[in-house]
Design a protein. Structure first.
Length: 1049
């Protein structure tokens, strides 16, 4: 029922159901015309029918509607007669006492059959005639009550309704013709079996054009995440969302119950109350059906009919009858392919499994394992290995489970299902000690780990064991480490590698001699590969250890692997000549020792990337494309993923964003094909960057969400947060920008981060400081970045930083509070720009932008400066940057031509129109506002319609065009120089009060809110000369009417 009882498990935030809520709102709007509306709302138990009705009725009440609630009551096979309508009429009588008396006048005895509160029920009519009379009186009463006001009737739990209630609601749905009346009825769809008495009524009502029917689906993952956030009053982590979504399958009630269970310490399994609730229907089945349900629960999420029959060993007629009962009770459903059965809800299966006795579960597992081992055709070929391994595992037969698990793991790797492979290998490690030595000794490695000495070493003393040597626990750890890294389980992969290194440092228990330096070096390399992503440093110490382990040993593939990883590390952390030399050595060594394809491909990919960064772009791109083609041809998953991360990134860095985005689309497909979940997060993060450049910001935000949500790994989540920061800043949402920047720094790490992360973070922090008017803090950000330096190959990240710094100085011109240290900072930007390379057009355009902004900041920019910058950006794939430059160009044109008609104003108008269209498309409100403001100040129409001819008396002086009087210009000149109202009054021989009035008029005419903004606008529009220097005793931000230093128009 709809009640006001508060449950701690209920989310205070209403989640999802936008479409359904809109349908109800439209119905409410429709009844206000005097035409009644009726809706049926169906959905499984717990899906959220009541919550939807609560939300809607609260809205309706807030809009002045009267809401009357009634619920059918379960009482044996039939509900209580007319129970919901008795409740509804009782409420209406209480809310509308006079209208109710008038509407029921003379018919109280008849209506007392529904509402005994009205007195004794009348004698006389009975049977069909009496019922028809009662129904008609009820309808007329409701129409009377809804004649002058909106009335919403809600009947809940129609599946429990008695026959009389069902007939009455059918009558109302068919016959209500007038009145502002909305009738809503809800029911549990999963209770409506073939012989349920409500079923024919629903079919009848479906045929009425006046009745709408809503079926509430379960929540999707995003909606479950929203529900959890409301319950927990905090954003849940991705693993929590994944777990709850998987177990609840989107049922809102189950989400609540699982959250409560977790809060009470029940993180695995079910609470007793929830288990009892889920088992009610199961326990109502005949015993034979219950037995089949228990078998199906242990068989898996879906059970093939043939497999179930083989284990149940029942006559087919009895088997089908038992299954029919389970399906009729909405416990089992036919599977999608029609060959088996699945549970209607995963939690019911979980409850049934939990209810099994300890020995019972083991026995059932063995029955399924034996049946499947005897006839593999009982399941699909691709499921056989995994299913058999699972059954033997649940049968607690380690000797049979271990070989089956290893075969399933190998099959998973062949299908590139690395997450499944990792789970199976962890299970194999768990089973290992429980398996007799003679069985373990007969096992061979059915899988392979990258460049692992056990598989790659040549036979001979000190060269490894050879690929056909007996499988060892260490080899399982190697396979698990690689699978964990590839599927995104990097924390667990790191711990396995760490444990392996520790084991290799201990004396061997069986006296066998392993090639320990090569094994140890291999595990140290694996630790290096995942160290940074799990917050264990930058990985260099691990690589250094691996180098020391292989030093002095005969040449081997492991040497090549270490050199390749060292070169890759240098490329990412300290790009430059050392990195280039290391990459060249790695390629040469890999070829010399005949290393595995993956080793040589990795080294070649690193070298190609460094060539691009050093300016040899065509050669580097060609080589990187060749590496990708070779990786695809050789089906090397790690190198395929690496290429689809690095090649689009390099294309983005040289300004070819559309090409990068198109390649990423292909990369996402390949990454998904190979199960490279961790790689996919980086591909999504790179996609967001390219979409950002292309001006496809909403798509960029979706890609950022995908990057952050897939694995929860720090780096891609930080990159995603940075994308959100940039877009939020551009759209004027400073709070979100600050919040996302903090998140980006926490995930990427602001200290010791790779240049590809550190420089964009510095740009964001500088831009936020500038937007908040903290010019000196913005300068400090640039100084910190300059102190760290711009290594070779980082120009793609450094130029945007310099653009932001130069723009800050340009916008701060005329703000006395920003004058201190200004010249030194402009000189710093120039010095940094001078030492930064421009290999490609996008960097050349950014360099021109920096030069123009710095000249603007000094009041020396010209139309030619901005024309050159604009011309450089025109062919590039950077609409946002082009729009910002167009604004500057138009500003310069207007300052040069004033308000005189001519080509300058015409060109400025075209620039502003184009820039405004881009700003509006991107929802970049600050830029759009700045464009509109400039147009208004310049008396420039941005309408696409022909502008009216200028009047002969149109002023040509910008100050005159803005309506500034001679005295106001004098005041503005002193204001720009930093004078307070008192100082202005003394210099102009006026009173402070008069000076204050002039300042207020100036702010209004310039459409600004502070003295600092007025000073900046005066400089920008050349309303005053160079000023009279000095910041005054209080500066532009102090004194009467002063404001804080601000940056930007």
């Amino acid at each position: 029922m709809l009640t006001d009882v508060e449950h701690k498990s209920v989310s205070p935030v209403f989640v999802g159901r936008a479409t359904e809520l809109d349908t109800l709102r439209r119905a409410l709007t429709g009844v206000r015309t005097g035409e009644p509306q009726a809706l049926l709302i169906g959905g499984e138990a717990g899906v959220g029918k009541t919550r939807l009705l609560e939300e809607f009725t609260a809205e309706a009440t807030g809009q002045g509607a009267l809401v009357a609630l009634g619920a059918c009551v379960e009482s044996g096979t039939e509900g209580l007669p007319f129970a919901p309508f008795a409740a509804v009429l009782r409420t209406l009588r209480r809310l509308l006492p006079e209208e109710f008396v008038a509407g029921a006048a003379g018919q109280e005895g008849e209506l007392a059959r529904l509402l005994p509160d009205l007195g004794e029920a009348a004698l006389g009519r009975s049977g069909e005639e009496g019922t028809a009379r009662l129904f008609d009186l009820t309808a007329r009463l409701l129409e009377h009550l809804a004649a002058a006001r909106t009335v919403v009737l809600v009947v809940e739990d129609l599946h429990w309704a008695d026959a009389s209630t069902r007939r009455l609601i059918a009558y109302l749905f068919r016959t209500l013709r007038t009145g502002r009346l909305l009738v809503l009825a809800s029911y549990r769809a999963d209770d409506i079996h073939r012989r349920h008495p409500l079923r024919p009524l629903l079919a009848e009502l479906d045929r009425l054009r006046t009745v709408q029917r809503l079926e509430l689906p379960r929540f999707n993952r995003a909606e479950v995440a929203g529900q959890l956030a409301g319950i927990l009053s905090a954003e849940p982590d991705d693993s929590t969302v994944d777990e709850v979504f998987a177990r609840s399958e989107g049922n809102a009630f189950f989400v609540e119950e699982l959250t409560v269970a977790a809060r009470s310490g029940c993180h695995a399994g079910l609470t007793d109350s929830l288990r009892d609730l889920l088992l009610v229907r199961v326990e109502a089945l005949p015993e034979r059906s219950q037995h089949l349900v228990r078998l199906a629960a242990e068989a898996g999420p879906t059970t093939e009919y043939a497999l179930l029959a083989a284990v149940a060993r029942l006559p087919e007629t009895d088997l089908l009858d038992a299954l029919r009962a389970a399906v009729g009770a909405h416990i089992l459903l036919p599977s999608e392919d029609g060959d088996g059965y699945r549970f209607r809800h995963a939690l019911v299966r979980e409850a049934v499994t939990d209810d099994l006795l300890p020995g019972e579960r083991t026995r059932i597992g063995r029955q399924f394992a034996e049946a499947l081992a005897a006839d593999p055709t009982l399941v699909a070929p691709d499921a056989y290995a995994t299913r058999l391994a699972g059954y033997w595992y649940r049968a607690h037969d380690a000797a049979k489970a271990l070989p089956a698990v290893l075969r399933a793991a190998a099959e998973a790797r062949r299908r590139h299902a690395y997450a499944e492979q990792f789970t199976l290998l962890e299970r194999a490690m768990e089973l290992w000690d429980g398996v007799p030595e003679e069985i373990r000794g007969a096992l061979r490695s059915a899988d392979h780990a990258e460049v692992y000495p056990h598989l790659t070493a040549r036979r001979g003393p000190g060269t490894g064991e050879g690929p056909d040597a007996p499988l060892r626990y260490l080899h399982l750890m190697a396979d698990a480490t690689v699978a964990g890294r590839l599927c995104g389980q990097r924390e667990r992969a790191y711990k396995i590698a760490k444990k392996a290194v520790r084991m290799l440092g201990e004396p061997a228990s069986n006296g066998e001699s392993w090639d320990e330096p090569l094994f140890a070096a291999w595990f140290w390399v694996q630790r290096s590969r995942v160290a940074e992503s799990v917050g264990r440093g930058d990985g260099w110490q691990e690589l250094h250890t691996a180098q020391e382990l292989v030093r002095g040993l005969p040449p081997s593939e492991m040497h090549a692997e270490v050199l390749s990883c060292v070169a890759s590390w240098w490329m990412l952390h300290r790009p430059g000549p050392e990195a280039y030399a290391a990459a060249e050595r790695a390629v040469q060594y890999a070829r010399m020792v005949g290393a595995d394809d993956a080793v040589e491909l990795a080294a070649r990919g690193t070298l190609a990337g460094l060539r691009i960064d050093s300016g040899d772009i065509d050669t580097g791109l060609a080589e990187l494309r060749e590496v990708l083609a070779d990786a695809l041809r050789r089906e090397s998953p790690h190198q395929i993923g690496r290429c689809y991360v690095n090649l689009p990134s390099h294309l983005e860095g040289i300004g070819r964003s559309a090409e990068a985005a198109a390649l990423i689309e292909q990369g996402l497909k390949e990454s998904d094909r190979y199960g490279l979940l961790f790689t996919t997060t980086f591909i999504h993060a790179n996609h967001a960057e390219s979409l950002l450049s292309l001006g496809r910001w909403d798509e960029a935000l979706r890609s950022a969400d995908a990057a952050a949500g897939l694995t929860g790994q720090a780096k891609p989540a930080g990159m995603a947060a940075h994308t959100r920061t940039v877009i939020a800043l551009a759209r004027g949402d400073l709070d979100t920008a600050v919040r996302q920047d903090a998140l980006a720094r926490s995930r990427v790490g602001s200290h010791g981060a790779m240049p590809q992360h550190a420089l964009p973070l510095a740009t964001a922090r500088l831009s936020i400081a500038a937007a908040e008017g903290r010019v000196h803090d913005a300068r400090a950000e640039l100084r910190a970045a300059a102190h760290t330096g711009f290594p070779p190959g980082t120009q793609r990240y450094a130029w945007p930083l310099l653009v932001a710094a130069a723009t800050t100085e340009s916008d701060a011109r005329g703000l006395p509070g920003a004058e201190e240290g200004r010249a030194d900072h402009i000189a710093l930007v120039r010095r940094l720009a001078k030492n930064l390379v421009t290999f490609v057009p996008v960097c050349e355009a950014q360099a021109a932008w920096v030069r123009a902004e710095l000249r603007r900041g000094e009041g020396q920019d010209t139309v030619d400066d901005w024309a050159d910058t604009h011309q450089r950006f025109l062919p590039l794939e950077r609409p946002w940057d082009l729009a910002r430059v167009a604004l500057r160009y138009a500003e310069a044109l207007l300052a040069d031509s004033g308000t005189r008609p001519g080509p300058g104003r015409t060109q400025a108008a075209e620039l502003l129109r184009s820039a405004r269209a881009t700003a509006r498309r991107l929802a970049a409100r600050p830029l759009a506002d700045s464009i509109d403001l400039l147009a208004r100040r310049a008396r420039l129409s941005l309408s696409t319609r022909p502008a009216p001819a200028p009047r002969p008396d149109t002023p040509t002086d910008p100050a005159e065009a803005l309506g500034l009087t001679r005295r106001e210009r004098e005041v503005l000149t002193l204001l720009v120089a930093g004078r307070t109202n008192r100082h202005i009054a003394e210099e102009l021989f006026i009173s402070p009060k008069t000076a204050s009035v002039h300042v207020s008029h100036i702010l209004a005419k310039l459409e600004v809110s502070s003295r600092g903004e007025a000073a900046a606008v005066a400089h920008r529009l050349r309303l005053v000369g160079g000023g009279t220097g000095g910041s005054g005793s209080e500066g532009a931000g102090g004194g009467e009417g002063g404001g804080e230093v601000g940056v930007g128009v």
